[in-house]
Design a protein around this ligand. Structure first.
Ligand code: ADE
Length: 239
């Protein structure tokens, strides 16, 4: 997947391009990022990237012309069919399903805002989708874009090995993940659940599924409303 990132702080993206699973996806050529800094598309001496809001009040808005130029250049690079995504708290709430759909695309343009955001006419004329990573306000869209990039990268074919497989993840089934244990067998008096030591793979699978169901019911009952349980899941939840 090819991503063009429009950001005043492209250096921040080293957090995803240089480390861990996402860094590996970049090295393997399964994910490529390039950057367009609106500051490069300014013409004044001070390279101004913000502007005053009509109507007054505190805070600035991102200057329009550098953003238009940056989007134009990104589209020339990726093709006109690349969707332009704007990260903002006003967007649709990102979830695992949306990430899965995005991972099927060949390219996207991610616009990370700063200040109070971008001119609403740009949202209407240039933005295809607006996404939020949650109901809180960050000081810029960069971290949100990186959350999106990380979530997508690990779903790209061949990025995760079998051992890490995304199918096992929390949320792939629509349920929370089951608990995990490693050595030592006893930690400050607490032991590992016996079923995990017994080697009965079917019993382990059922125990894990039951833990997933129980945790989801206790911690995130809202998630259970969104999915249809299998017959086995429904029976385990009744137990
Ligand atoms: N920019 C600032 N806050 C954000 C959020 N919660 N989601 C996406 N982009 C943002």
């Amino acid at each position: 997947m090819q991503l063009s990132v429009i950001s005043l702080f492209p250096e921040m993206f080293a957090a995803v391009t240089e480390y861990g699973v996402t860094g590996r996806a970049v090295k393997q050529g399964k994910l490529s990022l390039n950057y367009h800094n609106p500051r490069e598309f300014t013409s004044d001496k001070h390279q101004t990237v913000d502007d005053r809001p009509y109507g007054g009040g505190p805070g600035m808005v991102m200057k329009v012309s550098p953003l238009l130029e940056a989007i134009k250049v990104a589209k020339q690079q990726l093709g006109d069919d690349a969707k332009v995504i704007y990260l903002s708290p006003q967007g649709q709430k990102l979830n695992q399903h949306a990430l899965g759909q995005m991972a099927k695309r060949k390219s996207m343009i991610l616009l990370a805002g700063r200040y109070e955001g971008i001119d609403e006419r740009l949202v209407e004329q240039e933005i295809d989708e607006e996404w939020s990573i949650g109901d809180y306000v960050l000081s810029g869209g960069e971290l949100a874009a990186m959350v999106m990039i990380d979530g997508i990268a690990r779903l790209l074919p061949g990025v995760l090995g079998d051992a890490e497989s995304a199918e096992q993840d929390s949320f792939m089934s629509g349920l929370l993940d089951h608990p995990h244990y490693t050595r030592p067998e006893e930690l400050n008096g607490q032991t590992v659940p016996a079923v995990l030591l017994g080697g009965n793979h079917e019993a382990i699978r059922q125990w894990r599924l039951k833990q997933s169901l129980g945790r989801t019911w206790l911690r995130r009952p809202d998630l259970l409303e969104l999915i249809t349980l299998t017959t086995e899941q429904a029976a385990l939840l009744e137990e």
